[in-house]
Design a binder for this molecule. Structure first.
Ligand code: ACO
Length: 451
């Protein structure tokens, strides 16, 4: 990665004062990203006493919050790479734990590094029995994301040493614990809602086989997972492992920037992922398809989306991808493999027809709304017998690898400080307190409270 010279400048004239300013235009990285530093706006002011010019960017539409070497996305070209490797090649050839190692360490592991990484994760899959009891305390119909979020936050209290985030050993073991224990907590949440006994981890199995075992094993002494499902889960975990500065990753970075322990920061990421505009979208896709109910209802549904009166077409559109989400392409192929095994169903037919219509309708085409990764993942998960409200949990189990890589990068980045945006204040100017005493809150009542 090159740090290019700052030969280019942006010349600015402040029409209020006629003052001239110049801000370096910086070019960096293999793709030649150009940017200016927002702090270069600060000297723009009419008088020395002024604060200086702010940039206003709700929802970070055009603001980079960090310099990152982890994931590259070109939303117009539909490109996604982890540490330079195209997502298509990783999905085809790598294991999920290999990808998790790559995200955190920057390079693919050699055999020794891989074995030790897998060993460490495998041997930390058990959770303290109090976590099991904690999960048992939830209502029978608790959403598994609430359970996952709370139990992950609770893990922080079991590992007080994790607060020493400047110690690389502590960061490593916390990473291992989070990678190892999230599938266990997720599976326990699943079993709790089903009223089934918890299945403890089986260290003989691979990461995904063990996860499926903790989910589905009944009385058999050894669980044998369906190899098509194991492969599907492995690929889906890889596709969801990281996605640069998305809402939940930003939450992990922002909360982690206070130097809280990583369990608490990851719990914040899980909370962000829970929302229907983010990780909850595949759940929303299935509900939408169920509501549509039949292919003949699709045209009316599309019209209601376009009118803006109905819901959005869930699973379509993306803040970054303005062409086909490369993950959606892989997922669609995977769906074919899974459905070849379990059989095509009515909902998949509705999804295919929705996609066909939307891709040829000017409303979606002109807004560059294409299927995102979540359009088909829900259908795959359901065909594997996962309940709808568990889909986001599967996303979280995968994304924790990216959150931890991004958290580590943030902690090691000397330029990062506690995340603290500015605001444009649009409230009242100064006014005297006495004005606030109204008929709604008579002085006599207030005096009685303050007595
Ligand atoms: N269906 C219908 N119209 C849409 C959709 C959609 N899914 N998405 C965007 N639009 C329209 C908007 O109404 C808007 O139209 P307008 O210009 O006429 O007002 C235009 O497209 C731009 O939309 P924005 O909301 O400004 O786009 P933004 O980048 O903020 O939103 C988002 C991205 C939240 C993903 C949005 O496309 C959406 O709500 N999609 C459905 C939910 C979804 O699938 N989320 C999963 C995202 S992927 C992930 O998190 C893993």
């Amino acid at each position: 990665m090159s740090n290019a010279a700052n030969a280019d400048v942006l010349e600015l004239t402040d029409s209020r004062s006629g003052s001239q300013y110049s801000a370096p235009i910086r070019t960096e990285g293999p793709e030649g990203d150009t940017y200016m530093r927002a702090m270069d706006l600060r000297p723009i002011k009419r008088e020395a006493s002024e604060f200086g010019l702010l940039s206003y960017d709700p929802a970070f539409m055009n603001t980079a919050s960090c310099r990152s070497a982890i994931t590259f996305i070109d939303g117009d070209q539909g490109i996604l790479r982890y540490r330079g490797y195209p997502i298509e090649q990783l999905a085809e050839n790598a294991t999920f734990l290999e990808v998790a190692y790559l995200l955190r360490n920057g390079e693919l592991p050699n055999q020794t590094q891989y074995d030790s990484w897998v060993h460490d994760i495998t041997y930390h899959t058990y959770v303290h029995e109090n976590i099991r009891k904690f999960l048992e305390g939830f209502r029978y119909d608790a959403h598994p994301m609430s359970m996952l979020c709370s139990a992950t936050a609770a893990l922080s209290s079991f590992y007080p040493d994790a607060r020493d985030i400047q110690d690389p050993q502590q960061r490593y073991i916390s990473t291992i614990r989070l990678m190892a224990k999230l599938p266990t907590i997720a599976a326990f949440a699943y079993r709790h809602v089903k009223g089934l006994p918890f299945i403890y981890p089986d260290n003989d199995l691979s990461y995904t086989e063990n996860f499926l075992s903790m989910i589905a094993r009944m009385s058999e002494p050894k669980y044998e997972a369906n190899p098509v499902f194991v492969k599907a889960l492995e690929v889906l975990f890889i596709l969801h492992a990281d996605h640069e500065q998305n809402c939940s990753t930003n939450a992990v970075r922002a909360v982690g920037s206070s130097h809280v322990d990583p369990f608490s920061a990851v719990a914040a990421g899980i909370a962000a992922l829970y929302g229907p505009l983010h990780g909850g979208a595949n759940e929303a896709v299935l509900r939408m398809i169920t509501d549509i109910g039949d292919k003949k209802n699709i045209p009316a549904f599309i019209e209601s989306v376009k009118s803006g009166k109905g819901d959005r077409l869930m699973g379509f559109g993306h803040r970054v991808y303005k062409s086909y989400d490369p993950r959606a392409r892989i997922v669609k192929k995977l769906a074919d493999e899974v459905f070849a095994q379990v059989g095509m169903d009515k909902d998949l037919e509705i999804a295919l027809e929705l996609e066909r219509i939307a891709l040829s309708d000017d409303y979606f085409v002109s807004r560059k709304l294409y299927p995102n990764v979540d359009f088909y993942t829900g259908l795959i998960y359901r065909s594997m017998a996962f309940p709808t409200d568990f889909f986001t949990v599967l996303f979280a189990v995968a994304r924790v690898s990216g959150w931890l890589a991004q958290w580590e990068e943030m902690i090691l980045d000397k330029e990062q400080k506690i995340a603290r945006p500015r605001q444009i204040y649009i409230g009242h100017g100064e006014r005297p307190y006495a004005d606030g005493l109204s008929e709604k809150f008579p002085k006599a009542r207030k005096d009685s409270i303050r007595k």
